[in-house]
Design a binder for this molecule. Structure first.
Ligand code: ZN
Length: 244
């Protein structure tokens, strides 16, 4: 098998408008993520951003993407419905999707959930987050300890209005007392989706090794499998049917 082809999509607005964020991610969150993925040597990585034509997600890019990573926050509504449709169809056809942090409110994740996944509690206080691994045998947690601690993060708290995940990988605890389902796996059609909570733009979360490890593992997990292509519709019997 060739390299897994990854497209890191980022809204790329905070980094242009907020000097505090630009200091942490001078080339944008997408490039920070692309950089550590490239270092692995097993991925073919490209980036795409909202303000590019077709948001950087042309048919050619979509057809050549095995796993897409999605970071957005300020401008979810600016993402064109027709592009969301195309991304969704690619997922049903096998493309993996990793939705990060505030991407929970993106059009594509809301479509996958079918619920008001934008609804949750939040607080920007830079408190400690501890993500507990609750599925220690899952490929997404390979190489991790029993928990990950992020010293300063935005809090997201339950209830998070998502459908029950097929597999729940992490539960977060926050210093202020809340908990959150921070690592959620779904399957839709032939595609695999992973929601991963960390990554508020004013903290250097995507430079933390354990967070990078989770994203690397998730890309491998979400990559398409060369399995059978189902046939739908009217179908001839494989055996002769005895009508008597
Ligand atoms: Zn945030």
């Amino acid at each position: 098998m060739g390299k897994i082809r990854v497209t890191v999509w980022n809204e790329f607005r905070h980094e242009k408008n907020d000097p505090e964020v630009a200091k942490i991610y001078p080339d944008g969150i997408h490039n920070a993520i692309a950089d550590f993925l490239k270092e692995q040597g097993q991925f073919e990585v490209r980036t795409a951003t909202l303000d590019e034509p077709e948001h950087g997600l042309t048919d050619e890019v979509l057809q050549n993407t095995d796993v897409m990573i999605w970071w957005g926050h300020l401008a979810h509504e600016e993402v064109k419905d027709e592009i969301v449709e195309k991304v969704h169809r690619r997922i049903l056809d096998g493309m993996g999707l990793i939705v990060l942090h505030s991407g929970h409110a993106s059009k594509i994740f809301r479509k996958i959930c079918g619920t008001n996944s934008e609804r949750l509690k939040w607080r920007e206080s830079g408190e400690k987050e501890r993500l507990w691994v609750i599925e220690p045998g899952h490929p997404i947690v390979e190489g991790l300890d029993e928990y990950i601690e992020i010293p300063n993060e935005e809090m997201y708290g339950e209830r998070f209005d998502i459908p029950a995940p097929d597999t729940l990988i992490f539960i977060s605890w926050f210093e202020g007392g809340e908990v959150f389902r921070s690592g959620c796996c779904y399957r839709r059609g032939r595609g695999k989706i992973f929601y991963f909570r960390p990554g508020h733009e004013t903290f250097p979360v995507y430079y933390q090794k354990e967070v990078q490890r989770v994203i690397i593992n998730a890309v491998k997990w979400a990559a398409p499998v060369n399995g059978p292509k189902p046939v739908y519709g009217n179908y001839k019997p494989l055996e002769s049917i005895d009508k008597n």
